[in-house]
Design a protein around this ligand. Structure first.
Ligand SMILES: Cc1cc2nc3c(=O)[nH]c(=O)nc-3n(C[C@H](O)[C@H](O)[C@H](O)COP(=O)(O)O)c2cc1C
Ligand code: SF4
Length: 411
């Protein structure tokens, strides 16, 4: 049993906006690969039910695209009316075990691997060459004008409303990792000369405007959380002090909580995971000669990053010092001692990705004293599992169920 008062705080309720969680452990969004053809499967329900049963305060359903164009991969859930009954099965299952459910609402912008033809080049903060579009043939990205901006804002609002209809308790607006709203926050993508580009405050302006509209629409019913990359972790990208400045804008716009991540999915994935990304992780469909060459160059030139616990703490501290709103620490939380440190440093919650993929029961094991540390080795091989027929799982444990992953959740 946990008795120490600092660590006991992690097991005490947390209020974020209109929502009170039973404790301060949050399952991070980890793309599940459990919505074949875009329909949430029974395996997706099982995955989150297991996490809820394992004791977290809230579980996050990864990458719920706010429009078909907002998907990065074909097999991702789009928040549309047809998917509401399937997601409702999931939120009911999570609630049965006393946890809350959050939908990560996302638009990929130029981070788009979908080969289907689209009306035009993928949208982003600025136009230009789109390196992640090499595989999909979408080599160019187009700068968003006022019409695109109004449309994307409406899509986020609509997505949040549908999440509410599906029984979610929170939405997590994805503003990190190089997706569309992050493409505004990051100077790697954002070269605008208007009021939406320039300083970190100006780059955060469009994400903050979308946030305000989402808060107006659902903020009385749902917690509205923003996940940001505090630093991009690459040359000419956002530094952590830029990230802290952007965080203040989101605080002023009324965010109920921030989840503090880092890195860009394409350019600095090592920063995101705090460890090097093995080449074996890239799935077959990414194995074009160009990608293989890019991977070879990357492996030869990128410095090896060795995992250590709490690897984003230094960056997160800057945001803690700059803001007063609830903050969720994320990045390499593996042990109860890590949880205690996050509480001691003034964070309000801890968000765990790989440690909960490795063991859905980790929080109850911490609570009962059965374990003090996760057995996750930070090998990152689970990131390749999301493209397999049963979806994301830890390579050290049991894979998911292929049959359940082929069955629509509400069937
Ligand atoms: C398999 C896998 C899939 C992921 N997919 C997403 C995602 O869809 N959205 C997201 O914001 N982060 C995603 N992440 C990143 C995690 O949310 C988290 O930022 C990262 O794993 C670091 O936290 P950790 O050290 O607790 O694992 C993913 C991570 C893993 C391991
Ligand atoms: S596959 Fe590796 S990184 Fe992923 S949960 Fe398992 S041990 Fe951790």
């Amino acid at each position: 049993m946990v008795t120490d008062t600092t660590v006991a705080r992690a097991f005490s309720p947390l209020t974020i906006g209109p929502l009170t969680l039973r404790n301060r452990f949050i399952k991070a969004a980890t793309n599940e690969g459990m919505s074949p053809g875009g329909t949430p499967s029974k395996q997706l329900v099982q995955f989150h039910e297991d996490i809820a049963k394992g004791g977290v305060g809230m579980t996050t359903v990864a990458y719920c695209a706010v429009s078909p164009d907002g998907r990065s991969f074909v097999d991702q859930t789009t928040l549309n009316r047809d998917n509401v009954p399937h997601l409702k099965v999931l939120t009911d299952a999570v609630h049965r075990y006393g946890a809350a459910a959050s939908a990560q609402i996302t638009h990929g912008g130029a981070f788009n691997f979908i080969k289907e033809p689209s009306a035009g080049p993928p949208i982003s903060s600025s136009g230009g060459f789109n390196n992640v579009g090499i595989l999909s043939g979408k080599w160019r990205r187009q700068a968003m004008g006022p019409t695109h901006m109004a449309q994307v804002t409406d899509e986020f609002v609509q997505g949040a409303r549908l999440a509410r209809d599906a029984g979610f308790d929170a939405v997590e607006m994805h503003m990190g990792h190089g997706y569309l709203l992050s493409q505004f926050m990051s100077p790697v993508y954002n070269h605008r000369r208007d009021a939406y580009g320039g300083t970190p405050e100006q780059r955060a302006r469009f994400p903050a405007e979308v946030l305000s509209r989402v808060l107006d629409a659902v903020g009385k019913d749902l917690a509205v959380v923003c996940k940001i990359s505090v630093t991009d972790g690459i040359k000419n990208g956002n530094t952590a002090s830029d990230g802290a400045r952007g965080a203040r804008i989101l605080e002023s716009a009324g965010a109920h909580m921030l989840v503090l991540s880092a890195g860009l999915s394409a350019a600095s994935v090592d920063t995101m995971f705090g460890s090097s990304f093995p080449a074996a992780n890239y799935p077959e469909w990414m194995s074009s000669p160009i990608t293989k060459l890019a991977m070879l160059i990357y492996r030869l030139t990128a410095p090896k990053v060795t995992f250590h616990e709490m690897y984003l703490l230094e960056h997160a501290r800057l945001v803690r010092a700059a803001t007063r709103l609830p903050l969720a620490y994320l990045g390499g939380v593996k042990t109860l001692a890590n949880v205690e440190q996050a509480m001691q440093e003034g964070f309000d919650a801890v968000t765990l990705g790989r440690a909960l993929v490795h063991d859905a029961n980790l929080v109850s094991a911490f609570a009962s004293g059965r374990t003090q540390a996760s057995g996750c080795t930070a090998c990152n091989l689970c990131t390749a599992m999301m493209y397999t027929p049963a979806g994301t799982s830890c390579v050290l444990g049991q894979p998911g169920n292929v049959f359940l992953n082929s069955q629509p959740a509400a069937s």
